[in-house]
Design a protein. Structure first.
Ligand SMILES: O=C(O)CCC(=O)C(=O)O
Length: 296
């Protein structure tokens, strides 16, 4: 049964957020991203979607919203817009609050284009946990919504279900022998720009499809940039979003074997190309030429 939720949205500096995460298994954050960045990103994604759906209407290929989402996401991940999104300071602050100062963003984010007529199960997920599909329990899921959701096309979660351990699975669904009831909460209050994070053991699902509205969101994952990765995570690859102070010291020393006196009497600093990441470490600066190169 779907309950109306008492869910409170949180901001980056709200300590209650982490308490929600521990006890409920999910958090909705608001006011994380610049609203123009979200609006321009949505426009960018919709231009690509309209192009592919137009070509399908012209008979070039069949309708395949899931396949288009993969291609659109691949292209989007190479844009400056994506780069700005994942380097948003408040997003990195949130991530550090869960996994510590060394944050790694996993590759191959999933784009969710949830359109009224589509029936592909990949974009209409039944109840599941992400551990089933290879995510580690120390990895956090994060879905950024580029559109509002309505009562039909959002995300539904089972608060507290992550505290019951791993749900047994059969044929990609909760095993019928282990199917104990959990409250289901439809996160229909999510609005464009909100970020929903959840624990990899949380039972959740796509609420469904609206008969008139399209929902677009990007599902990503982040984790600490050390410790064991699952086999899937190794294949997805990671990108460092922040480097903590202890790691910055090691970089200035130069290597993990702690070679003595590498820079004694010389310049103790990091390579210029790493300056953004090693934000507490000195480097020889100059003009930031990237500003002249960046497109969307
Ligand atoms: O956004 C959704 O509707 C479902 C996303 C999801 O369950 C997932 O990516 O694991």
């Amino acid at each position: 049964m779907l309950a109306r939720s008492p869910v409170r949205k949180r901001t980056v500096d709200d300590r209650e957020a982490v308490i929600d995460f521990v006890q409920q298994g999910f958090v909705i954050y608001e006011d994380v991203f610049d609203t123009d960045l979200i609006a321009i990103s949505l426009e960018h994604l919709m231009i690509d979607y309209d192009r592919l759906s137009g070509l399908a209407r012209d008979g070039q290929f069949p309708v395949d919203v899931n396949g288009w989402s993969v291609a659109i996401m691949d292209a989007f991940a190479r844009t400056g817009l994506y780069d700005q999104i994942i380097h948003t300071p408040k997003l990195i602050e949130i991530a550090k609050g869960y996994v510590g100062p060394d944050v790694a963003w996993l590759g191959h984010d999933g784009l969710f284009i949830n359109v009224p007529t589509d029936t592909d199960p990949v974009l209409l997920k039944g109840q599941h946990t992400d551990v089933w599909t290879g995510t580690g329990v120390n990895t956090v899921f994060a879905a950024l919504f580029f559109t509002d959701v309505d009562a039909y096309n959002g995300l539904t979660v089972c608060p507290g279900s992550h505290l019951q351990g791993l749900r047994p699975v059969r044929n990609r669904a909760i095993h019928p022998d282990w199917d104990v009831p959990f409250e289901q909460v439809n996160l229909d209050m999510v609005r464009a720009g909100d970020l929903v994070v959840w624990h990899a053991l949380l039972i959740h699902s796509t609420t469904g499809h609206s008969d008139k509205n399209t929902r677009i969101s990007m599902t990503s994952r982040f984790r600490a940039n050390d410790g064991d990765m699952t086999s899937q995570e190794r294949a997805l690859g990671t990108r460092a979003l922040s480097v903590g102070p202890l790691n910055q010291v090691l970089r200035l020393v130069g290597n993990d074997r702690l070679t003595p006196l590498r820079t004694y009497g010389g310049y103790v600093g990091v390579d210029r190309r790493m300056a953004g990441l090693y934000d507490c470490s000195p480097y020889h600066g100059g003009v930031d030429y990237s500003q002249y190169l960046r497109g969307v």
